[in-house]
Design a protein around this ligand. Structure first.
Ligand SMILES: Cc1cc2nc3c(=O)[nH]c(=O)nc-3n(C[C@H](O)[C@H](O)[C@H](O)COP(=O)(O)O)c2cc1C
Ligand code: SF4
Length: 489
């Protein structure tokens, strides 16, 4: 029987479907900036159909589906929060997880109840790690305040940003921490069903999640009586089929429901009207992975970490151009120069041309601004973002013309099509910056056209894909203007 998921208008939205990715070549950002290391592989990636934007192996870029190496994983923050178990060894068995600090937070939440659980999350000042940095306590309170027959909690494990592989290892190495975080969220807002929306580009993580969910059900962590209490909660896994836009929460909700997952205007907000119109908390995997620690140690202890406005720690994933690529937990407030030089060990070879955090839909930071501390407001002040914490070093092998072309090709490929500047403008900018750009100019004023499209993306986009592209473009104008100018000649 055909389900809504199989309808042609739904199926056509997704790039990958059930494609076998075991030998795929990665087209992601880290692989793009490392393309000079393996030009033949890059050509294969560019001619591959369908294209694959990011296999989460940026530490080994240029990467392919066959690469099985693991990244270096270290805690560089004063306190280990999110990587506390993983840094030692993975915690893939439930009893091992419980022996190493797991489930204490959920037991505490069950003991103190929803209102005090919300209070701890408020006190922690935790903000979402999925890109928008929205206060988690505020989102949960909105959902908790709704009177509805059903409520849902969704873990956003789409990790679409090429260059980020944070959630991949949180899920592969510590899957029960995500389940515990979701259970605490569900208890706090009054939900009894959860969903994990996982990207298909991470087949190992999907397999581990399936096993972890079975184990959690078999041992009473999920089910009608969570840890022997009266609280009922279960989690279902949904695997995406290759779409960056589906990481955006209204698109994600439509994808789970089996509708064509274009982005929808907000309000209504998902916390009020989400899955099947019910109040739905959508949180990023890393956000939820912070929650068990907050309940275990108390919100106040969490709020003592980091800097005002950016509390706790952040996990960063560094690309292969660093001497020490890998996954690092750092304190908010750490200067970017420390991340580049001490954490990443500087570049393996070549000169740093720019640092791209939370890209590709964020600003590129020039080396002159590396004294900026890592923080939501601090990066915003220089036209950049924390995003999801992928950190890409660019060197002299990446020309600005090629970089702009790459980012707008990506934007055009992933646009959901709802807004005109994003649907058409991205393609036009990619044309202007393509290798044969002179022919594409058609005698029009290319600079003016570029500026107008960027401005339209900034002010007339429904979601962060369009506004993020504008942020990227504005950073190029601001910091790389001299190299940009001849691109319009
Ligand atoms: C185009 C686009 C893609 C996104 N992709 C992701 C993603 O892959 N993972 C994620 O957690 N959030 C993603 N987001 C942000 C989500 O819409 C949402 O803000 C987030 O999941 C909320 O969780 P948080 O509050 O814990 O950050 C994306 C947003 C946009 C605009
Ligand atoms: S900005 Fe792009 S991806 Fe976002 S809603 Fe508009 S068309 Fe869709």
């Amino acid at each position: 029987m055909e389900t809504t998921h199989d309808r042609p208008d739904v199926r056509s939205f997704y790039a990958l479907g059930d494609a076998d990715l075991s030998r795929a070549r990665c087209l992601g950002t880290a692989c793009f900036v490392a393309r000079h290391l393996a030009p033949a592989q890059r050509s294969e990636a560019e001619s591959q159909s369908p294209p694959v934007y990011c296999l989460g192996k940026c530490y080994a870029a240029p990467a392919s589906g066959e690469d099985a190496a693991r990244p270096r994983i270290e805690v560089r923050s004063r306190t280990a929060v999110v990587l506390e178990r993983i840094v030692e060894r993975p915690a893939r068995e439930l009893d091992d997880y419980a022996r190493r600090g797991g489930l204490v937070g959920l037991r505490k939440a069950l003991e103190i109840g929803p209102e005090q659980t919300l209070g701890e999350v408020d006190t922690s000042e935790l903000r979402g790690r999925g890109g928008a940095a929205f206060p988690t306590g505020q989102k949960w309170r909105t959902a908790a305040a709704q009177v509805a027959p059903a409520k849902y909690v969704v873990a956003n494990f789409d990790e679409g940003d090429p260059g980020a592989y944070v959630d991949r290892f949180l899920v592969e190495d510590d899957p029960f921490c995500l389940v515990e975080g979701m259970a605490i969220a569900a208890l706090a807002v009054g939900a009894s069903q959860g969903w994990i929306y996982a990207r298909c580009e991470y087949p190992d993580a999907v397999a581990r999640l399936r096993r972890a969910l079975d184990d959690a059900r078999g041992s009473g962590l999920l089910g009608p009586r969570v840890l022997g209490s009266d609280f009922a909660f279960d989690v279902e896994l949904v695997v995406g089929r290759g779409s960056y836009a589906c990481g955006e929460e209204t698109s994600l909700v439509a994808s789970i429901e089996g509708r064509r997952p274009v982005v929808h205007p907000r309000p209504p907000f998902t916390a009020e009207h989400g899955l099947w119109n019910a109040p739905t908390v959508v949180n990023n995997v890393e956000t939820l992975a912070n929650v068990p620690w907050i309940l275990r140690h108390g919100g106040a202890r969490y709020a003592a970490l980091g800097i005002p406005g950016s509390r706790g720690t952040k996990v960063l994933s560094l690309n292969s151009l660093f001497r020490r690529p890998g996954l690092y937990e750092v304190d908010f407030g750490t200067p970017l120069s420390t991340i580049v030089d001490d954490v990443g060990g500087g570049l393996e070879r070549g000169t740093l041309k720019g640092l791209w955090i939370g890209g590709p839909l964020s600003g590129v930071i020039p080396p002159t601004l590396l004294d900026t501390p890592l923080g939501f407001a601090e990066l915003r002040a220089i036209g950049a973002s924390v995003g999801h914490g992928g950190v890409i070093a660019l060197d002299e092998h990446t020309a600005i013309r090629d970089l702009v072309w790459y980012v707008f090709e990506f934007g055009a490929f992933e646009s959901c099509g709802m807004c005109t500047p994003c649907r058409l403008g991205t393609t036009r900018i990619a044309e202007l910056f393509a290798a044969n750009a002179r022919r594409a100019h058609d005698g029009r004023d290319a600079r003016r056209e570029f500026d107008e499209i960027v401005s339209a993306l900034k002010y007339a986009s429904l979601c962060g894909l369009g506004t993020g592209l504008a942020e990227f473009a504005e950073s190029i104008v601001r910091y790389y203007g001299e190299e940009l100018r001849p691109c319009f000649a």
